[in-house]
Design a protein around this ligand. Structure first.
Ligand SMILES: NC(=O)c1ccc[n+]([C@@H]2O[C@H](COP(=O)([O-])OP(=O)(O)OC[C@H]3O[C@@H](n4cnc5c(N)ncnc54)[C@H](O)[C@@H]3O)[C@@H](O)[C@H]2O)c1
Length: 290
């Protein structure tokens, strides 16, 4: 890679699902990547990634997958990131850049940084893009167009490596912002992790209502569908996020409980004026942001 004409001669993606696969497709479309190697546990998903032209070569041998790589992108579920980093660390080229797309940054940085060789760079990252689908088949080249990617460099992160990863995400279509690790985890707990917990709970609450013979979810349209789309997201991914961003997520869940309890009390007491004000405040906040 050089700093004038951005190009990654050899890219390895470990975990070729929605996030890893879409990055490969976006970089290929932008013409900024040479050979793309896809690695992971093997099986149907990895073979699909090859068949769909997302990657040029596949292997289930993580060590072998990174030997030639200038840049390695880790896109496995969050709890697998550090164990994958540990396996590949002795096999990375001197000067290689390691980066990731995990949805939580604090625990990932804490687990990976102590594993780093002095001649390997690590740039923690998180593209704020996704769908409720997963796997290589769900990947598409425009996923990152006009979306944000947050990089959370630490004192260990080299300026040149940070710049290369920034340029990679820009080539994929993202606006790149840098942010402190803890701030990232607090913001994501509020705007992504809490909504997923609420959506999962809502579907379970309504779906377990067995007073009627038919499945009442079959009547769902509009609001229920829109609101709960994210409850179709991959359970492994969300288990890992909830386990690794516990502190910030619990704080937001408690905050949510307080507001929900306030609304519940207004419903219980039939306080229409309080409800109106509650809904109005919410509508004004959302309309102002969006
Ligand atoms: N889906 C989203 O909306 C979204 C958005 C931003 C970031 N992320 C993050 O990106 C990462 C990947 O998410 P995704 O949606 O692409 O998931 P995905 O399920 O589509 O893909 C994950 C891939 O990782 C592979 N994998 C699983 N365990 C592995 C292991 N131990 N070693 C090697 N490979 C392994 C799977 O085979 C699969 O190919 C997660 O860390 C997630 O938190 C997801």
């Amino acid at each position: 890679m050089n700093s004038t004409n951005f190009h990654i001669p050899n890219l390895t993606i470990i975990g070729v699902g929605l996030i890893g696969g879409s990055l490969a497709l976006a970089l290929k479309a932008a013409g900024v990547v040479g050979e793309v190697v896809g690695a992971g546990p093997g099986g149907v998903d990895l073979e699909k990634a090859l068949a769909l032209g997302i990657v040029d070569r596949i292997t289930d041998d993580l060590a072998a997958s990174v030997r030639q790589a200038d840049l390695v992108f880790l896109a496995t579920p969050v709890l697998a990131l550090a164990s994958v980093a540990a396996v590949i660390m002795p096999h990375l080229k001197p000067g290689a850049i390691l980066t990731d797309g995990g949805s939580v940054k604090g625990e990932v940085v804490t687990a990976i940084e102590p594993l780093l060789r002095p001649d390997v760079e690590f740039v923690p990252g998180h593209p704020i893009a996704g769908t409720e689908k997963s796997g290589a088949e769900a990947a598409f080249a425009t996923l990152y167009q006009n979306r944000r990617c947050i990089l959370t460099p630490t004192a260990r992160t080299g300026a040149d490596a940070l710049e290369q990863v920034r340029r990679m995400w820009q080539a994929a279509g993202c606006e790149v912002v840098a942010m402190e690790v803890a701030k990232h985890d607090r913001i994501l707990a509020a705007i992504s992790h809490l909504p997923h917990m609420v959506a999962y709970s809502l579907v379970n609450a309504v779906g377990s209502d067995d007073r009627y013979e038919e499945n009442i979810l079959a009547y769902s349209a509009g609001g229920f569908r829109d609101f709960t789309r994210i409850a179709s997201s991959d359970p492994t991914m969300w288990r890992d996020i909830a386990l690794t961003n516990r502190e910030a997520l619990l704080e937001m869940m408690e905050r949510f409980e307080k507001f929900f309890a306030e609304l519940k009390e207004d419903v219980r007491t039939g306080d229409g004026q309080a409800m109106f004000e509650f809904f109005l405040r919410s509508k004004q906040s959302r309309d102002a942001i969006l």
